[in-house]
Design a protein around this ligand. Structure first.
Ligand code: SF4
Length: 317
């Protein structure tokens, strides 16, 4: 059952010298209990595409087309009051920096109790018990005592656990995790990903995992959308994408991982375009080793090339 569908999303920014398109016809969907990883280099549009789901966009951003269906309701038609009932309660965000979601002036307990009251209408002992249970589910030791702690008393990893606990306390159905472990050291990263995997499977949650780390993707994703220059350039199950990558950009990303594993660190040559660059043809063509004449003229469209796998590349025309 599809819980979330982003269809043909187009988005741009109103800049001082005019409108600048940043997202080009992005589409993806999420089944109940599934993990979709959205990968790509910084600035490829993965965060802004998912922030559109929660309508947490900068003031200058403007959605110019598309639909975002949550349980078949188009969120783009929702006003702010309606969206408040979705954000946190139905679709929760785990940001890269947990302090953007935690208030340093209030205890962890107060913040949990506040969202439980806001989203579930519960107070007193009932709310307190739910909050403690949520902290226990994410393996925070002495959860009852920790309710009295302030965020600064927690490490980065523990703060991230609190954010996950907040999503659980509200019975969120979808979690959007935006580079949730980037700011943490490697051991803590592994612990946070394990907790996310556990709660996701126990409560049949659906997860959108935004990351540039294909190692994390390999361990966690069911399917993957690879983004480049505001477009999805490859969309496939994890097995298909890792075993038989089609798009030259995906192959280059995977080569970087393989070379890191063999200690021969390599990067993809060149830089991705910025959103203000005027692009003709395939946006990857200046960096692509398979570039053909047509690639400099026509932007390839995403199309199915292998059952349920899609790519945007003229190699498969
Ligand atoms: Fe490379 Fe051409 Fe495919 Fe773009 S369309 S990725 S330039 S082969």
């Amino acid at each position: 059952m599809k819980i979330l569908e982003v269809k043909n999303l187009n988005l741009g920014f109103d800049l001082s010298d005019g409108f600048c398109q940043a997202i080009y016809g992005v589409s993806f969907d999420l089944e109940k209990g599934e993990t979709l990883a959205i990968v790509g280099e910084s600035g490829c549009g993965k965060t802004i595409s998912t922030m559109s789901i929660l309508q947490l966009l900068p003031e200058t951003a403007r959605i110019t087309g598309g639909e975002i269906l949550y349980n078949n309701n188009n969120l783009l038609g929702f006003n702010q009051k309606q969206m408040q009932k979705i954000r946190g309660k139905k679709i929760a965000l785990i940001p890269q920096d947990p302090m953007t979601s935690l208030n340093p002036l209030y205890t962890i307990g107060n913040q949990l109790l506040e969202i439980i009251e806001l989203h579930q209408g519960l107070r007193g002992k009932e709310a307190f018990d739910i909050a403690v249970e949520a902290l226990e589910r994410v393996k925070i030791p002495d959860a009852r005592e920790k309710m009295k702690a302030y965020p600064h008393e927690f490490s980065g990893g523990m703060k991230q656990r609190v954010i996950i606990a907040m999503a659980l306390a509200c019975n969120a159905e979808v979690i959007i995790a935006d580079e949730p472990t980037t700011a943490l050291d490697v051991t803590v990263q592994a612990q946070i990903m394990e907790i996310l995997r556990e709660v996701k499977s126990k409560y049949n949650l659906s997860l959108i995992l935004i990351t540039h780390d294909l190692g994390i993707v390999a361990e966690n994703a069911d399917k993957i959308a690879v983004m480049y220059a505001g477009r999805i350039v490859e969309y496939a199950s994890k097995d298909k994408l890792f075993n038989n990558p089609k798009h030259p950009y995906t192959r280059a990303l995977l080569n970087v991982i393989l070379d890191i594993n063999t200690t021969d660190v390599k990067t993809i040559e060149g830089q991705p375009p910025s959103i203000t660059d005027k692009i003709t043809g395939c946006p990857f063509h200046p960096r692509c080793q398979d570039c053909m004449e047509i690639c400099t003229k026509i932007d390839p469209q995403l199309k199915e090339i292998n059952h349920c796998a899609k790519t945007a590349c003229h190699l498969y025309d």
